[in-house]
Design a protein around this ligand. Structure first.
Ligand code: TXA
Ligand code: MG
Length: 320
């Protein structure tokens, strides 16, 4: 059931149930992070492997500190600059957080969401919320309550509706190694913004063989229809015989009906493109296309995370 009743959501969560919640990045499938039976249920509902750890959501830095064993000065600077917001920090965890949440890793991923509904909900709870994105494992993350309902509606008692997500990409995940910042997942906070506070940093490429970020599988954001990346006019010629859809940044292509084309931002506004990306992929995926033709966006700011998701969506084709 979809609704806007924060009290009801809180009551269900206190009873150990799962509730889908809005955040500014994407919707999360939330449950009491300290309750092992609840956390197990999160993995089951998502069909997610247990080696892929979950992000722990807290209302503020005080609660984050209470659950982390140490909080290095650099982490604190970044937390003060960007939390609440689309940033997740990997920090040593206390024993309060069950092994199940972190797949046994000594670090936990912590996030303070900024969305007012998530804030109001977390403020009412005396436990943190474990919440992966509220989609079946390997599918596109949901950016509206309706997206969640389409795939998980039968499996969870309540979807708390907070409207369409304003960032639209998952949080940027960073960790710390020998006093340097390491980016584990590009996301809704631009790398440039983090560098302005923390100085130059390392990028850790995502892969399924990376034990520190085991869940970041290459094909993670794949829609059902294969997605091919390239120059749109060339691709349109190459695939002229197929029933294709177009995912463009600023401008569509001639010769393909408008209803099979999505233009992410005619004005070239990267925040708008990021916000609309996942809904666009879902829309195209629902059209029964043979193939989705897409182009990369400029590799700067949020564009880096948009391109990361597009490359992962495209990787499915070469993977199967
Ligand atoms: O914006 C977001 O981050 C959303 C909202 C709901 O908060 N959540 C989200 O969660 O995207 P999820 O589970 O779909 O992606 C979290 C990623 C996973 O790929 C996981 O491998 C990584 O974070 N992760 C979580 N805990 C970790 C840990 N202790 N060490 C390394 N990676 C971790
Ligand atoms: Mg996810």
């Amino acid at each position: 059931m979809i609704g806007t009743d924060i009290e009801q959501a809180a009551a269900l969560l206190r009873a150990g149930e799962l509730v889908a919640i809005p955040t500014e990045t994407v919707y999360g499938l939330a449950g009491n992070a300290l309750n092992e039976a609840t956390v197990t249920r999160i993995f089951e509902v998502k069909n997610r492997p247990y080696f892929d750890p979950l992000i722990v959501h807290v209302p503020n830095l005080e609660r984050l500190e209470a659950l982390s064993r140490s909080f290095p000065p650099l982490a604190r600077r970044l937390a003060e600059a960007f939390m609440p917001g689309p940033l997740t920090l990997l920090l040593p965890r206390t024993d309060a957080i069950p092994d199940l949440v972190t797949a046994g890793l000594p670090l936990a991923a912590f996030r303070v969401p900024e969305h007012p509904v998530a804030q109001a909900l977390l403020a009412q709870l005396d436990f943190p919320l474990a919440a992966p994105s509220a989609n079946p494992f390997g599918y596109i993350s949901p950016t509206t309550a309706q997206h969640v309902a389409q795939q998980l509606g039968e499996k969870i008692p309540y979807i708390l509706d907070g409207g369409a997500c304003t960032v639209g990409l998952e949080s940027t995940i960073i960790g710390f190694e020998d006093d340097a910042v390491v980016v584990y997942r590009k996301g809704g906070l631009a790398v440039e913004a983090i560098e302005a506070v923390a100085g130059p940093m390392r990028l850790r490429p995502h892969s399924s063989s990376n034990p520190a970020a085991p869940g970041m599988l290459k094909s993670h954001y794949a829609p059902g229809a294969p997605l091919v990346l390239g120059e749109l006019n060339e691709l349109t010629q190459q695939y002229s015989a197929a029933h294709t859809g177009i995912l463009a940044f600023r401008q569509g292509v001639p010769g393909i009906p408008a209803e099979r084309q999505v233009v992410l931002s005619p004005a070239g506004d990267m925040a708008e493109a990021a916000r609309r990306l996942f809904a666009a992929l879902r829309h195209l995926d629902g059209l029964g296309l043979e193939i989705i033709l897409a182009e990369l966006v400029p590799e700067e700011g949020l564009g880096r995370a948009v391109n990361d998701r597009l490359r992962r969506a495209a990787a499915r084709l070469s993977a199967d």
